[in-house]
Design a protein around this ligand. Structure first.
Ligand code: SF4
Length: 259
């Protein structure tokens, strides 16, 4: 599998019809993955393969501020209009110990150079009890939080958390947003270590739908595999099937975006 790692702190701009001109920010090592999960579908590669482990050094607040200040000014001076600034990168952005201060700096630079740009953070929802993470997430426009399914045993197979993963605890932490967040879920099917699963099976869809009803997120982003996965034999769920399994929630008034 081709491992896909970002090699800069600030990357892009990338142009997309959906979000316009977008800049990405990587708070993780520039040549390695660092995450509290090791999802079997992660495009950064599997930690167990060794390749993504090469680099474990996270950029500091000073390095990130420097990189953002330089690049934002450069693009501003070139007349580029940035619509979106997204924290994604090589792992879980909130693991950077300077995450709260970096968010403050990003808001300051956004207001200075691209006041209409939207700041988004993609997170796997495991770090909401860490110092300042919840408060920092409340300062950005979009908190895009991952929960892939309602079955804790299966979550341990597909997300491979590094510590003990307690779904109820994660959900309780997400309830603190009072629905002011975006829920992201990856749907796929396959067989891993003798465990066969389909995240669009009626039982798993029912459990996941109950999570949506309980958390009442402002929006749900449901998507499926797009690139090669570190684990062989995983299968993409067609868009039409995602539309079908999410239809009841849409009928109940939830905003569901399918990718
Ligand atoms: S949470 Fe994201 S970065 Fe972390 S292993 Fe899963 S897909 Fe990769």
């Amino acid at each position: 599998m081709a491992t896909f790692l970002w090699s800069d702190i600030v990357f892009g701009p990338i142009h997309s019809r959906r979000v316009g001109t977008s800049l990405g920010i990587n708070l993780l090592p520039v040549n390695g993955k660092l995450c509290s999960f090791d999802c079997i579908y992660c495009e950064c590669g599997a930690m167990s393969s060794g390749a993504p482990r090469k680099d474990r050094k996270m950029p500091t607040l000073a390095q990130v501020s420097d990189a953002m200040s330089r690049r934002f000014k450069e693009l501003h001076d070139e007349g580029v209009k940035v619509d979106s600034i997204s924290f994604t990168g090589n792992g879980e952005p909130t693991l950077n110990k300077d995450f709260p201060e970096i968010i403050d700096k990003t808001v300051e630079l956004r207001d200075k150079y691209f006041p209409s740009a939207v700041i988004s953070v993609f997170s796997n929802s495991t770090t909401l009890e860490k110092r300042g993470v919840f408060e920092a997430l409340m300062k950005v426009d979009n908190r895009i939080m991952k929960v892939d399914c309602s079955d804790e045993q299966l979550l341990n197979v597909i997300n491979k958390p590094s510590g003990t993963y307690r779904l109820e605890r994660v959900l309780k932490n997400l309830e603190r947003f009072n629905g002011d967040f975006i829920l992201q879920t990856m749907f796929f099917k396959g067989s891993v270590d003798g465990c066969e699963f389909d995240l669009t099976s009626p039982a798993l869809v029912a459990g996941w739908s109950d999570i949506v009803r309980r958390l009442r997120p402002a929006k749900v982003m449901a998507y499926s595999l797009d690139r090669d996965t570190p684990v062989a034999g995983l299968m993409k769920i067609p868009k039409e099937r995602l539309q079908e399994v999410t239809a009841p929630l849409r009928d109940e008034g939830f905003e569901i975006e399918i990718f």
